[in-house]
Design a protein around this ligand. Structure first.
Ligand SMILES: CC(C)(COP(=O)(O)OP(=O)(O)OC[C@H]1O[C@@H](n2cnc3c(N)ncnc32)[C@H](O)[C@@H]1OP(=O)(O)O)[C@@H](O)C(=O)NCCC(=O)NCCS
Length: 143
């Protein structure tokens, strides 16, 4: 499988992939309204990246549970970085929960560095809230 750019016909597939990776899931309409570049690996995962005024943001990246640990996340993120660079971004930002080791390792492996922290950003059922780490990756360097 390889990463490809999603078109309007892929909105349903994007919503299904998001639902497989996240709860709550985003609907096809919500995804369309984000007006982001969407990339997917069919039946495996998706990433949404949006560039505004030379700065890109990873809005979401998710891989189906059964497809994890096989490099899909890395391929999607690399493709999102390339898409952001092509759109003129000089840097890419994202937020990740402090208690998400898989995502943190993925981002660290592609050169993202912590530049901020939002305290108590993520609610957790029955447990204390979790901080969001704000990560940044410059696009004029290799990781
Ligand atoms: C985070 C996520 C996208 C990673 O996708 P993936 O396809 O499993 O990632 P890859 O196989 O490309 O692995 C990327 C790196 O993460 C590491 N990794 C993957 N799963 C891991 C886990 N459960 N614990 C620790 N590290 C993990 C891999 O070892 C690899 O690191 P390495 O290159 O140093 O060996 C996936 O776990 C996911 O969809 N999680 C739920 C949604 C989510 O949390 N998204 C991110 C929100 S900010």
């Amino acid at each position: 499988m390889s990463v490809r750019r999603a078109g309007p016909a892929d909105l349903g597939a994007l919503a299904r992939l998001h639902a497989a990776a996240f709860d709550p899931a985003w609907s096809a309409g919500e995804i369309a309204a984000l007006d982001a570049v969407a990339l997917l690996e069919d039946d495996a995962g998706l990433v949404l990246v949006r560039t505004v005024a030379g700065e890109a943001e990873i809005l979401t990246i998710g891989v189906r549970p059964e497809a994890r640990g096989a490099g899909v996340g890395r391929r999607l993120l690399e493709a999102a970085l390339a898409a952001a660079l092509a759109e003129g971004a000089g840097a890419v930002f994202l937020e990740v929960a402090e208690d998400n080791p898989a995502a943190r390792r993925l981002y660290a492996g592609l050169g993202f560095e912590e530049v901020g922290r939002r305290r108590g950003y993520y609610p957790r059922a029955g447990t204390p809230t979790v901080d969001a780490l704000v990560l940044r990756r410059a696009l004029n360097t290799t990781p």
